[in-house]
Design a binder for this molecule. Structure first.
Ligand code: CMP
Length: 143
C-alpha cells in the first residue's frame, strides 16, 4: 500500500490547524501510520529541501521550517501520494482552490501550511529522513 510523508509546517502548528488537517485525511479514508510533533534541525531541513538549495528562497525556507515544531505524519492508502496532493492544493496559495488545505488557509507561498511528497521516490526519501523504521504502527483498518 502506498505511503506518503505529510508535514504540517510551523505556521500550521501555530495556527492550531493540526486537528482540522488530521480530520480531513481521516475523513478521506487514509490510514495514519506515524505522527510526531518534531523540532526540525538545520541539517534535517537542508537535507529535506536539498533540491531547492540553489533557489533564492532556500535560506528563508530552512529558517522558516526550523522556526518551531512541525507535525510530521505518514499516511497510507491507495494512491495516497496523488490524493494527498489534491487535498493540499497548489503550492502557491494564490493558485490553490477553495476546499483544499492551502486554498482554505494559506496566504503566501512561503507560509503555505503543509508539505506532502510529490512522488513515490520522494515519499521514500522523506519518510527515511524523518521517521525511524521502528516507529511505524502496523494495524488493520476497515473502510
Ligand atoms: P513545499 O511543498 O514544502 O516544498 C518546497 C517549498 O518551497 C514550498 O512548499 C514552498 O513553501 C517554498 N517556496 C516555493 N517558492 C517559494 C518562494 N518564492 N519563496 C519562499 N518559499 C517558496
Amino acid at each position: 500500500m502506498e505511503k506518503t510523508f505529510i508535514m504540517i509546517k510551523p505556521d500550521g502548528v501555530q495556527r492550531n490547524l493540526i486537528g482540522d488537517i488530521i480530520s480531513r485525511f481521516e475523513n478521506k479514508g487514509l490510514k495514519l501510520v506515524h505522527a510526531e510533533l518534531k523540532q526540525v534541525t538545520k541539517q534535517l531541513a537542508e537535507e529535506h529541501y536539498e533540491e531547492h538549495q540553489d533557489k533564492p528562497f532556500f535560506n528563508e525556507l530552512v529558517s522558516f521550517i526550523t522556526s518551531g515544531p512541525v507535525f510530521a505524519m505518514v499516511w497510507e492508502g491507495e494512491n495516497a501520494i496523488a490524493i494527498s496532493r489534491k487535498m493540499m492544493g497548489a503550492t502557491n496559495p494564490e493558485d490553490s482552490q477553495p476546499g483544499t488545505i492551502r486554498g482554505d488557509y494559506g496566504l503566501t507561498v512561503g507560509k503555505n501550511i503543509i508539505h506532502g511528497s510529490d512522488s513515490e521516490e520522494s515519499a521514500k526519501r522523506e519518510i527515511g529522513l524523518f521517521v525511524n523504521a521502528d516507529s511505524f504502527n502496523d494495524y488493520e483498518k476497515e473502510v
